[in-house]
Design a protein around this ligand. Structure first.
Ligand code: HAS
Ligand code: CU1
Length: 562
């Protein structure tokens, strides 16, 4: 009987189950990846715990192996899997239609098999190539093939989301796409434009090369293809969090979204401007014409605009909400937000961190300023704010509402999760601000500094206090992570279930200024046109450089430097 009830649990809306599988797998990846974070923070404080870690986990051989696992699992795997689970569910629920369920499960299995394949060489120290896997560092073929399967899974999800949207449009002619669905579909379309570079890099260069079918690869060509995807991938991480900020946060905060059409405009701007900007990661690369570096600089500044609009729209939505509840003062109104709701707590703290992270991004984007900070700890200081704080916290907050909603299992010890969210914010802000300062003092990123001779460590003595701060932040984050993962996994693993009537709802925001009757909204709804335009722009901006580098293909053999 009990088994039967469990089997029927998702019968009302089967997409719940596949979404839950994605979210669970995402948190398993994040749990493993996060484990290495504090060790990296202690490394920069001059404390080398890797020999001790090797005793505990004999397969971990170095800082670099841990760093590779950390980057791949947290930044690439967690973000993608969570987006697949959450967006697919939110879109289906809002449209009240199911995606093609067989294809949805196929996509989950692809991601799962890819993850296992990539994890084997990572854990065996056979693919310690960091999460950027720049050739001529050469990892085991299984790593590249596994990673490629994970990307294929994401592209299958693009199909699922777009197919569901097109079906809804056919059944609802003349109606604007509902907002959360609009944002989800645009996110997947943006990703499909972004992913082209990585797909070509993997299929044409890395996989044949790692299998020995290709003698060598051109490092500059590979890097250029990598950053074609490598920049917009950060918006593929960010936009699912923006879906929560626009689509759920105002409702959970107890109010309304300031403007629905503005939210659509923001997502459309991301679709068009996210991809043609990758050279801002290659300012220091020789062999790319400075003219094109300048073009990418200008376009990078353009892609900051939708985030600035977001800062305005979300802050306005929150302020109006709080003032309606009696909030007063320039910032006193903040106290009136519904802080007990995990979506509100995590998203707002995450958004605050992004004010600093975004400002740093604009520094990086400046062709000349970037030379000061490139390849220093400033860069991980920068990206831990948007991806490890804004996005990750938002997903954690959403998970604490979505998991009980999907499973009927009540959150175990919510106050511990709230404490964990606040500590995560404090730990990340401390670490990231410290890393920015260390970077300005010349401390390199990705350096096993605690393993270096004292005279090398001594070269950075000016930054000593910031490095100690980094270690302290690592300890705070260890406590934060323990609390949050305890709550998430205790919730998932319990057998208790709430009766259907008591299950928490995921509330979609209503807008103060809505989409009804606006021509602009219908123009923005012509998504196939905008999607096509995004492809045209990205090819126009990349092809001249790629064709030129390809025509002088430098064949570098592979190296294993670990
Ligand atoms: Fe970045 C490097 C430029 C955003 C992630 N970035 C990285 C790397 C990562 C990363 C992972 O131009 C390192 C890659 C590697 O390993 O080498 N980044 C930018 C720019 C932006 C930006 C211009 N980055 C992100 C986001 C990321 C991310 C988002 C992850 C999710 N980044 C760069 C550049 C480099 C780079 C160069 C290469 C540097 C080098 O030398 O290697 C912009 O999109 C930022 C715009 C954002 C804003 C902030 C808006 C603020 C908001 C919050 C409002 C707050 C509210 C709260 C509403 C302008 C939306 C109010 C609440 C109250 C209670 C008051
Ligand atoms: Cu970028």
């Amino acid at each position: 009987m009990a088994t039967l009830a469990r089997k029927d649990e998702y019968a009302d809306f089967p997409v719940k189950k596949v979404s839950l599988y994605y979210i669970t797998l995402a948190f398993v990846a994040l749990l493993i990846g996060t484990l290495f974070g504090p060790f990296q923070a202690f490394n920069y404080a001059g404390v080398n715990l890797y020999p001790a870690l090797e005793k505990l986990l004999p397969f971990i051989k170095s800082y670099y192996q841990g760093l590779t696992l950390h980057g791949v699992l947290n930044a690439i795997v967690f973000t993608q899997l969570f987006a697949q689970g959450a967006l697919l569910y939110l879109q289906s629920r809002e449209m009240r239609m199911l995606p093609q369920m067989g294809v949805a499960w196929f996509s989950w299995w692809l991601a799962f098999v890819g993850l296992v394949m990539a994890a084997i060489p990572l854990l065996l120290n056979d693919a310690t190539v960091l999460y950027t896997f720049y050739p001529p560092l050469k990892g085991h073929p299984l790593f590249y093939i596994g990673a490629a399967l994970i990307i294929v899974s994401s592209l299958v999800t693009v199909y699922l989301s777009v197919e569901l949207w097109a079906r809804w449009k056919r059944q609802n002619p003349g109606k604007p796409t509902p907002l959360v669905s609009y944002m989800s579909v645009v996110t997947w379309m943006m990703w499909a434009v972004a992913a082209v570079g990585l797909v070509v890099e993997a299929v044409v260069l890395l996989i044949p090369w790692s299998l020995g079918w290709l003698k060598g690869v051109d490092p500059l060509l590979a890097r250029t293809l990598f950053w074609w995807t490598g920049h917009p991938i950060v918006y593929f991480w960010l936009l699912p969090a923006y879906v929560t900020w626009y689509g759920l946060l105002p409702k959970h905060a107890g109010g309304k979204l300031f403007s629905d059409p503005l939210a659509r405009l923001v997502f459309l701007a991301f679709l068009i401007f996210s991809s043609p900007v990758g050279f801002h990661h290659q300012f220091a690369d020789p062999g790319i014409d400075p003219f094109w570096k300048l073009v990418h600089t200008v376009l990078t500044m353009m892609v900051a605009v939708p985030s600035l609009i977001t800062a305005f729209t979300i802050a306005a939505s929150l302020e109006i909400t709080a003032r309606e509840k009696g909030g007063r003062g320039v910032i006193g109104w903040v106290a009136k937000l519904n802080w007990k709701d995990p979506i509100v707590l995590a998203s707002v703290l995450g958004a605050i961190s992004f004010i600093v992270g975004g400002a740093g991004g604009i520094v990086n984007a400046s062709f000349t300023l970037d030379y000061v900070v490139h390849n220093t700890t400033w860069i991980p200081g920068h990206f831990h704010l948007p991806v490890a704080t804004a996005v990750t916290l938002t997903h954690m907050g959403l998970a604490l509402v979505l998991i009980p909603h999907l499973t009927g299992k009540p959150v175990v010890r919510l106050p511990l999760a709230r404490a964990g969210i606040v500590l995560w914010f404090v730990g990340m802000m401390t670490m990231a601000v410290g890393m920015h300062v260390m970077g300005l003092m010349g401390v390199p990123r990705r350096a096993w500094i605690s393993n270096m001779a004292p005279n090398v460590q001594g070269a950075y003595s000016e930054a000593a206090s910031m490095m100690v701060l980094n270690g302290i932040a690592g300890a705070i984050l260890l406590i934060a992570a323990t609390l949050i993962f305890y709550v998430i996994f205790a919730t998932l693993l319990q057998s208790r279930r709430l009766p259907p009537a008591e299950r928490p709802e995921v509330g979609f925001s209503e807008a103060i200024s809505g989409p009804e009757g606006r021509r602009s909204v219908m123009v923005m709804d012509r998504l196939f046109f905008w999607w096509g335009l995004a492809y045209v722009i990205v090819f126009a901006v990349y092809l001249p450089t790629i064709v030129r580098i390809w025509s002088t293909f430098v064949s570098a053999p592979g190296f294993r430097l670990w």
